[in-house]
Design a protein around this ligand. Structure first.
Ligand SMILES: [Zn+2]
Length: 106
């Protein structure tokens, strides 16, 4: 199994387990203070979603991003699990994409 495939499988599983553990810890802490069950569930779910979103944001930030260098253009490509040739192709694509997404000036 390739390293990228292994990490692609392990990251969601680890995120799910750690988010569940954080939710369980939050729920058990709130239960000790006799917080009503619906409120405890909402808080635990919120902690789990927050934890998972932080992990996803950190993993997204570690992938290379290629941006168009034109001023005001918002075109960008985020590449993952690509070999050197594919990364180079996306880098060239970002440098010369057919239409620029320049926001209108007011
Ligand atoms: Zn552009």
């Amino acid at each position: 199994m390739k390293k990228s495939t292994l990490s692609a499988c392990l990251l969601p599983a680890a995120t799910f387990l750690l988010a569940g553990a954080a939710a369980w810890r939050t729920a058990s802490t709130l239960a000790a203070y006799q917080v009503p069950l619906p409120m405890t569930l909402v808080c635990a779910f919120g902690v789990a979603v927050l934890f998972a979103s932080v992990v996803v944001a950190v993993s997204e930030a570690s992938r290379p991003v290629f941006r168009c260098r034109a001023e005001g253009c918002t075109y960008r490509v985020r590449v993952s699990h690509a070999d050197a040739a594919e990364v180079r192709r996306w880098q060239e694509s970002a440098a010369a994409h057919p239409d620029h997404e320049v926001p209108a000036r007011s």
